[in-house]
Design a protein around this ligand. Structure first.
Ligand code: ADP
Length: 161
């Protein structure tokens, strides 16, 4: 029984995140998708923690191995409390590598936990939450980047802001 934690900001969740969550099924029995409450992102998030969790829950409704949670502690604290065997992260491009490498080493130093990386699928490797928020500001169609319901929510939220 392998338990993994896929932590992130998910503001909003995208088809890239969904791809990692689906492919994780082959390497773990239980996957916690952890929404970071205290984002280290410079600007505030577009969606609240509860909204980001609700979107992820909708996206993963048919995946019984997934549980969406939020955390406001260090990732490794949450991992310890929930007997997580490894952290899961996605890698899109070489530019992700340096940050991810530092985080993985730091988390291993702090708690001994390993991080497993899945390479992004080339069909969604260009997708990031930042890109979605930028496209939405220019009213670009989002349906090839995020699930349809999420495209609507992002467009609505941007229109309100
Ligand atoms: P964070 O703020 O922790 O980087 P994100 O929500 O941006 O949170 O990303 C969470 C994880 O999902 C990271 O490991 C990131 O590399 C991965 N990820 C994001 N977009 C994609 C994608 N298109 N394909 C594969 N992995 C992705």
């Amino acid at each position: 029984m392998k338990r993994a934690l896929f932590p992130g900001t998910f503001d909003p969740p995208t088809l890239g995140h969904l791809d990692i969550i689906q492919r994780a099924a082959s390497i773990c029995n239980k996957l916690y998708v952890g929404v970071a409450e205290n984002s280290n992102k410079p600007s505030q998030t577009l969606f609240t923690t509860l909204e980001r969790m609700a979107m992820l829950q909708e996206m993963t409704r048919a995946m019984p191995y997934v549980e969406v949670v939020s955390f406001s502690t260090l990732v490794v604290e949450f991992a310890k409390q929930h007997q997580i065997d490894f952290l899961l992260r996605g890698l899109r491009a070489f530019s992700d590598f340096e940050y991810e490498f530092r985080m993985a080493l730091t988390n291993r130093h702090l708690s001994g936990i390993e991080t497993v990386f899945l390479m992004a699928d080339e069909r969604v490797a260009h997708i990031s939450s930042t890109l979605i928020r930028e496209l939405a500001r220019y009213h670009a169609p989002l349906s090839t980047f995020v699930p349809k319901e999420i495209a609507l929510r992002v467009a609505e939220r941007i229109a309100q802001s």
